[in-house]
Design a protein around this ligand. Structure first.
Ligand code: SAM
Length: 247
């Protein structure tokens, strides 16, 4: 990849430490209105996208969500052993409150919470049936390292499912950048009432995000098979699937 210095620390393969630290600060600032802005900027389609990803898991499975944020996805997982991982203690605090409250109402045991980055997962090899990443893959510091760690903790035959802002190819990415630079910015500004709202940073990560073919190749390089990518209706988000080979 090109030298990241001319892009403020970002490229499709990852994010420099300084830029990532600031991005994390900005992500934490989204917490109070995270779900509200997401719902408006996706015209309510975020619910369907999360459901689509959730349908890849079955009751009884051992699940890891990498980059769980404030728990917007994890809160809907039922009847599964769940581990939520995020580098932000603030995100994990909100996630734990939300997720464990719902789990206790359903008579389920609390989930596990791990403060860590995808690139260095402090969990054992061959542990999970599914690993989910929703709107967090774009923020990994080192995408290949993160994918390798996810591969390691998946059981043989286990599956990774990623959902993130869509960039099917260069042309689709151009439309995406226009959407991020206009509609998303207006929504975030109106909801937060702050001209320096944190969604400016999300637009930046999207600008330097890679295409389907770029990440499909990265997943294959790490050892995944059955690697697939598609846009989810109405085309704002991408869904990647990849399987760790059986032994
Ligand atoms: C936009 S939130 C996504 C929240 C949630 N998964 C959802 O469904 O909306 C992105 C999350 O990714 C986390 N993150 C950023 N860099 C990460 C990394 N290198 N490894 C794991 N998580 C990371 C952030 O702390 C943040 O909580």
């Amino acid at each position: 990849m090109s030298d990241r210095s001319d892009t403020g620390g970002f490229d499709a393969s990852g994010i420099d430490e300084d830029a990532w630290t600031e991005l994390e600060r900005q992500l934490e600032a989204t917490i109070p209105v995270y779900d509200k802005v997401n719902k408006i900027m996706t015209l309510g389609f975020d619910k369907g996208m999360r459901k689509h990803v959730r349908n890849h898991a079955k009751p009884g499975m051992n699940i890891l969500e990498v980059g769980c944020g404030p728990g917007s996805f994890a809160v809907g997982l039922e009847g599964m052993d769940l581990t939520c991982l995020d580098p932000s203690a603030e995100m994990l605090k909100v996630c734990k409150r939300r997720v464990d409250e719902i789990r206790s109402q359903k008579g389920e045991t609390p989930a596990k919470y791990v403060e860590a980055i995808a690139e260095d997962i402090p969990l054992s090899d061959n542990t999970f049936d599914r690993v989910f990443c929703l709107f967090s893959f774009r923020d990994f510091k080192d995408k290949k390292k993160g994918l390798s760690e996810i591969f390691r903790v998946l059981k043989p035959g286990g599956q990774l499912v990623i959902c993130d802002a869509g960039k099917a190819n260069w042309l689709h990415g151009l439309f995406g950048r226009i959407y991020m630079a206009t509609f998303v910015q207006w929504v975030a500004r109106i909801v937060t009432k702050d001209p320096n709202h944190p969604w400016k940073w999300l637009a930046r990560t999207y600008t330097h995000y890679g295409t389907h073919s770029y990440y499909k190749q990265l997943m294959k390089d790490v050892g995944f098979e059955e690697v697939k990518a598609r846009l989810l209706f109405p085309g704002m988000s991408s869904r990647f699937k990849a399987r760790k080979p059986e032994l």
